[in-house]
Design a protein around this ligand. Structure first.
Ligand code: CTP
Ligand code: MG
Length: 190
């Protein structure tokens, strides 16, 4: 006999899958977006340059941004643990510590990936703030997913899930940066 939960997990609709994926990746998105509003002080590279004469990371990567991004990502994980437990969208069967652990890894991964992306951008000669689809968006998404990978998040690594996350990340990133630009937080809308 199929109980309700088994039935649900076998026959959940594509829309449910999409919602679960978005709820799963949300801490990474928020950790990546929050520094625009919460960062900007104490550059990580302290103005230092690499051997190529260009900044190590650039003025857009700051300690305050890392702290703000991590705090915001964690806050989302705490809120999800509270709000989703007991609903059909409960990602981790009500285990609050799992929400927190995975939320922390997704957030820290997103921030580390973003930093790595900026390092690569500087080496390739992009000035701070110049857009690069691969390095602005793929770097933070890939690093967030890899950071959470050891914790049993296989559903996010299925080909269709990855394709959806790529599209969602593109849309989210464009939207967040356009809003930040309109709000006067960012000079450029990307
Ligand atoms: N930010 C920050 N600390 C971080 C990441 C971002 O303070 N670790 C803030 C900075 O004010 C930055 C803004 O958020 O200018 C936007 O971040 P992002 O688009 O990632 O950086 P860019 O300025 O575009 O620089 P880069 O070319 O290196 O991506
Ligand atoms: Mg940028």
């Amino acid at each position: 006999m199929l109980d309700w939960l088994t039935f649900y997990s076998v026959y959940s609709s594509p829309l449910d899958e999409v919602l679960r994926l978005l709820l799963f990746i949300l801490p990474a998105y928020i950790a990546n977006a929050a520094p625009v509003a919460l960062g900007g002080l104490f550059p990580i590279d302290g103005g230092r340059k690499a051997r190529d004469g260009r900044p190590l990371f650039g003025r857009g990567k700051t300690w305050l941004g890392l702290a703000g991004g991590l705090s915001a990502g964690l806050l989302v994980a705490v809120m999800e643990a509270h709000l989703l437990t007991g609903t059909p969208y409960d990602l981790w069967a009500g285990h609050a510590e799992r929400y927190l652990l995975i939320g922390t890894l997704l957030s820290a991964g997103a921030l580390a990936g973003d930093l790595t992306g900026s390092f690569a951008k500087r080496r390739l000669g992009y000035v701070p703030g110049a857009p690069s689809f691969a390095l602005d968006q793929l770097s933070f998404l890939a690093a967030a997913l890899l950071a959470a990978a050891p914790l049993g998040v296989e559903f996010a690594f299925r080909p269709l899930s990855l394709l959806f996350l790529l599209l969602a990340t593109y849309v989210f990133h464009r939207l967040a940066n356009t809003l930040a630009h309109l709000a006067g937080l960012k000079r450029v809308p990307w």
